[in-house]
Design a binder for this molecule. Structure first.
Ligand SMILES: Cc1cc2nc3c(=O)[nH]c(=O)nc-3n(C[C@H](O)[C@H](O)[C@H](O)COP(=O)(O)OP(=O)(O)OC[C@H]3O[C@@H](n4cnc5c(N)ncnc54)[C@H](O)[C@@H]3O)c2cc1C
Ligand SMILES: NC(=O)c1ccc[n+]([C@@H]2O[C@H](COP(=O)([O-])OP(=O)(O)OC[C@H]3O[C@@H](n4cnc5c(N)ncnc54)[C@H](OP(=O)(O)O)[C@@H]3O)[C@@H](O)[C@H]2O)c1
Length: 424
């Protein structure tokens, strides 16, 4: 059946369940979200992703209106047509992070003769979500404690000098925009733009994709997600990811309309032959499509064996879907389940370490035609899991480094299409 809903024509759904998956004492917030589907026009298969169109928090919109003095009722035109400024700031542009285009545009607006500015940065700390030491720093606010890798903005510089420095130094620009939204910049440089200019310069609000965590056969009329909520604090204000904070905080269960659409996959699919074994590696929110795969494999009741590698910070707080996983282990849907709790002991244990420990058996499964799937972090995890596979082929298949690389990257991935990734 042809899908009638799309990114351009999204379905207005409602969230019927919003459940915290973490246990007490967790340092992260991961939620299970269930959306209602229409009777037709929005079907999906396991492996597909759901597009969600978020909105900015009303408090951020009101804060922009307050610091600029603009009237929220005034009519403006955006790429989505004519509407009130308040509505445009809510739904049409990304206002939670300032962009480079806006900073660059300040140069045309700040005259040199405006003189010295009074703004003074008081103190701050920044830490990378990726745990990269080079991207982490703290500053107490004292002039003799200026961090080495902080953008070279000196206190007391003129507004123009600050902006010039940012436009000439890419790293300083990245550091500056990392922790600021339009409110920070307008407060620092004044409301230099008209509403239309701000709306034209800010990024258009983009949908976010989420790997679907359910099988439609197991949950008719529903689509379910496993979502890590992005929250952080900068310059004494709580902030966060546009879409995750919207779903977690702004959307009222069974009440608020949420615009969604399907993003089907051609490649990240279950083997057509239900007797084929599969190995799934999905730490963190990477478990999402594998919950869907397991629900589908249970529904289809084929002979293929299923092996799941899951990991996160701690078994006590991040053992997502534990009851369902335990029941799959009992009823034989899940043949092997291998966990890597990274912070339950002094040294980090990640899924790839568990793979290497189980290398001989993984090699047997792969040699017998098993499909291999990875979902989750693209930047580090997926690369490390790939390296572990190559090591396993060398250790247990007797392949050279070159042959092992060829086996996974050419044969399994491209020719046989049984090494599949859904990474982000
Ligand atoms: C195919 C696909 C499948 C996906 N599946 C899932 C899934 O199943 N579950 C899931 O949770 N996500 C998934 N994602 C990621 C998801 O699409 C979003 O990117 C994610 O939820 C963040 O969206 P957001 O709008 O809340 O955050 P955004 O507003 O987009 O902000 C995220 C950005 O915030 C920045 N950031 C993070 N911490 C800080 C900080 N301390 N200071 C400043 N900036 C910071 C990061 O650089 C990051 O780029 C998937 C992505 C893709 C492409
Ligand atoms: N590319 C991206 O930008 C990206 C991708 C995925 C997630 N995220 C963001 O990160 C936040 C949490 O995501 P998440 O809940 O899915 O979990 P996650 O941060 O991916 O962590 C899941 C598990 O993976 C471990 N891990 C860290 N580095 C690893 C590596 N190199 N190899 C294997 N495992 C590794 C983590 O351990 P430790 O934490 O103990 O080190 C944790 O146990 C969210 O805000 C999400 O949006 C961003």
């Amino acid at each position: 059946m042809a899908t009638t809903f799309s990114a351009k024509n999204p379905y207005s759904s409602k969230i019927s369940e919003n459940r915290l998956l973490n246990g007490e004492g967790a340092t992260k917030e991961t939620r299970h979200l269930v959306f209602n589907l229409p009777d037709e026009g929005l079907e999906y298969k396991v492996g597909d992703a759901l597009g969600v169109i978020g909105e900015n928090p009303i408090q951020t919109v009101e804060a922009i209106l307050a610091c600029t003095g603009w009237d929220g009722q005034m009519q403006v035109t955006t790429h989505n047509g004519e509407k009130s400024l308040r509505q445009a700031l809510l739904t049409d542009v990304e206002i939670h992070r300032v962009n480079k285009k806006f900073i660059n545009s300040l140069l045309e607006r700040i005259p040199e003769e405006r003189g010295m500015m009074s703004a003074r940065i008081t103190s701050r700390s920044r830490s990378s979500v990726l745990g990269d030491e080079n991207n982490s720093w703290n500053w107490s606010g004292e002039s003799d404690d200026w961090p080495d890798n902080y953008p070279s903005i000196s206190q007391g510089s003129s507004p123009r000098a600050i902006v010039e420095n940012l436009t000439e130094d890419a790293e300083a620009m990245e550091n500056y925009i990392w922790s600021r939204d339009y409110i920070d910049v307008i407060e620092q440089f004044g409301a230099l733009h008209s509403p239309e200019e701000l709306l034209g310069l800010a990024d258009k609000l983009k949908p976010r994709l989420y790997s679907i965590a359910s099988s439609l056969d197991a949950h008719p009329g529903k689509v379910e997600l496993t979502v890590a909520i992005v929250r952080y604090e900068h310059h004494d204000r709580l902030r966060g990811g546009l879409c995750t904070v919207y779903m977690a905080d702004e959307v009222e269960v069974d009440k608020t309309p949420v615009r969604i659409f399907m993003s089907p996959t051609k490649s990240f699919v279950l083997p057509a032959d239900k007797s084929t074994d599969i190995i799934m590696v999905g730490p963190g929110t990477g478990i999402a499509p594998f919950r869907a795969f397991l629900e589908q494999r249970e529904f289809d009741s084929g002979d293929g064996r299923n092996w799941l590698f899951f990991g996160d910070q701690s078994e006590k707080t991040e053992y997502y879907y534990s009851e369902q996983i335990e029941s799959w282990l009992k009823n034989g849907t899940l043949h092997k389940y291998t966990t890597a709790w990274s912070r339950d002991q002094a040294e980090k244990i990640y899924v790839q370490h568990r793979m290497v420990e189980n290398g001989e058996e993984i090699w047997q499964w792969l040699s017998n035609g098993a499909y291999f799937y990875i979902c989750g972090d693209k930047t580090y995890m997926a690369k490390d899991v790939h390296k572990a596979l190559i090591q396993i082929a060398q250790d247990h298949g007797g392949l050279s480094l070159e042959d092992a690389t060829h086996y996974f990257e050419k044969i399994m991935m491209r020719e046989e299409k049984r090494y599949l990734r859904d990474v982000y």
